[in-house]
Design a protein around this ligand. Structure first.
Ligand code: EPZ
Length: 418
């Protein structure tokens, strides 16, 4: 398993262009299962989760061709359409194939996703919503097997929680269902809006994207479409926090700054010097940064996927901060590792109390999940001495070879293959 070797006390200069959003590209790739026509996608990020999703789709018989940053995918002739445990355990987004396959073929079989480092992550909201459209499910030998008698029928569905994945699954399933579907208490994340816009380009009839209520009129089939994936707001936020921690003049380009408003508001409250335009954030060295208290929440609240990164910043500013994690039940896996790097953080069930004015110092640490791993990179780059980060495959799931993307900006970070 690869390791990252990082030497601290870095300075950052210049700018970086943010790559396409993993969490938009994954459901959009899955949405191609709804159609037998070509779907041409641009700005797909070059990360492991995408490779895994393409492998899953190729296993179904998808025809996929790529040239530089665009992918053409055609699902006219699919053969076996069941997703086995090996793929699903690595990538929870595989559960999203349920909706499109049930909608187009009336059948789908997928291994139960199992939990992951950040929690049990059940799929009850997915199955409940799809059942309301007429799907019948049974759990057999660790698989979820779904069947539809004739066609899915549109219905009113109120989600018990604005689950991102469940909203995406039900949205895709309802596109070919008969009649109208209303998804109430829908998740509002930009990635869902991007999925919806891609489905509309394919001929779906959808209104209300980004609001709590999404209205879908079922159609009989879809057409060829082209779509450009939005940029990754979490990767953008990560690089903005890095520039602040290294106290440098730096620009993060190609990000829709409306998608990271909650982060920008928090950073300004902490006294960060930010010059924000529509699609870039210029960071300038700030004087004394101060602590703050935040609570993660579904969009447009503060994103849980930036919680670990902000915690690394909170550890070095003046004063004590607090983070309440409300989205996942176990999303503090980075805390013991940040403490090994010199952080001073105390945990209760869903709250972290972060002591400021700490100095990060190099150590051996272990990555545990995608976003936790990147918080260790931030701490190691701004601390002193040498850090070795093990199990870097977690990072590769969502960041394009991070030692190349930020390594070329002069940061002392390299990968050691083992
Ligand atoms: C998506 O996961 C993202 N993944 C996650 O990003 C992100 O953290 C999460 O949304 C929240 O924003 C992708 O888009 C591929 P949820 P998802 O369903 O859809 C509970 C990353 O780092 N829940 O909104 O799985 C669940 O356990 C990843 O890129 C149920 O109880 O998130 C969690 O506590 C990590 N039953 C909460 O809802 C269900 O049926 C939010 O989950 C579904 C979810």
């Amino acid at each position: 398993m690869d390791k990252l070797i990082i030497v601290g006390n870095n300075k950052l200069k210049g700018s970086i262009k943010v790559h396409g959003s993993k969490n938009a590209a994954l459901p959009i790739l899955v949405s191609s299962l709804l159609s037998d026509k070509n779907l041409i996608l641009r700005n797909i990020p070059n990360v492991d989760d995408i490779d895994n999703m393409l492998k899953l789709l190729r296993g179904f018989g998808a025809k996929i061709s790529t040239n530089n940053k665009s992918i053409t995918i055609n699902n006219r002739s699919l053969k076996n359409i069941s997703a086995d445990y090996d793929i699903v355990r690595k990538m929870r987004a595989s559960v999203l194939i349920l909706g499109p396959l049930l909608s187009r073929f009336g059948y789908s079989k997928i291994s139960l996703p199992g939990g992951c480092a950040i929690g049990t992550r059940p799929v009850d909201i997915h199955l409940d919503g799809l059942s309301k459209l007429g799907a019948k499910f049974k759990i057999e030998n660790g698989f979820i097997i779904g069947n539809v008698k004739n066609k899915l029928i549109g219905n009113k569905i109120k989600l018990s929680f604005p689950s991102v994945g469940a909203t995406e699954n039900i949205l895709m399933a309802s596109v070919l269902a008969k009649g109208e579907t209303i998804i109430d208490q829908a998740a509002r994340e930009p990635e869902i809006q991007d999925l919806g816009n891609c489905l509309i380009a394919m001929g779906a009839k959808i209104e209300g994207l980004g609001s709590r209520k999404i209205y879908i009129q079922g159609v009989d089939n879809l057409k060829t479409a082209k779509h450009t994936i939005i940029s990754d707001r979490i990767v953008a936020g990560t690089y903005i926090i890095l520039a602040i921690m290294l106290n440098c003049k730096f620009e993060v380009k190609n990000v829709n700054t409306h998608h990271i408003k909650s982060l920008i508001d928090v950073l300004k409250r902490m006294g960060c010097e930010l010059n924000v335009s529509n699609n870039s954030v210029k960071v300038s060295p700030s004087k004394k940064l101060k602590s703050c208290n935040i609570e993660t929440a579904p969009y447009p609240g503060f994103p849980t996927d930036l919680q670990a990164q902000l915690m690394a910043l909170m550890s070095i500013v003046n004063g004590n901060s607090q983070i309440k994690e409300t989205v996942f039940e176990n999303r503090f896996m980075h805390v013991p590792e940040l403490i090994r790097l010199g952080g001073n953080i105390r945990l209760t069930k869903d709250k972290a109390y972060i002591k400021g004015n700490q100095k990060f110092k190099g150590a051996q640490v272990m990555a545990s999940d995608l976003r936790a791993s990147v918080s260790l990179v931030l701490a190691a780059l701004c601390g002193e001495g040498k850090t070795v980060i093990n199990r870097v495959y977690h990072l590769d799931r969502g960041y394009e070879k991070i030692e190349k993307s930020i390594g070329k900006l002069g940061l002392k970070i390299k990968r050691v293959k083992s």
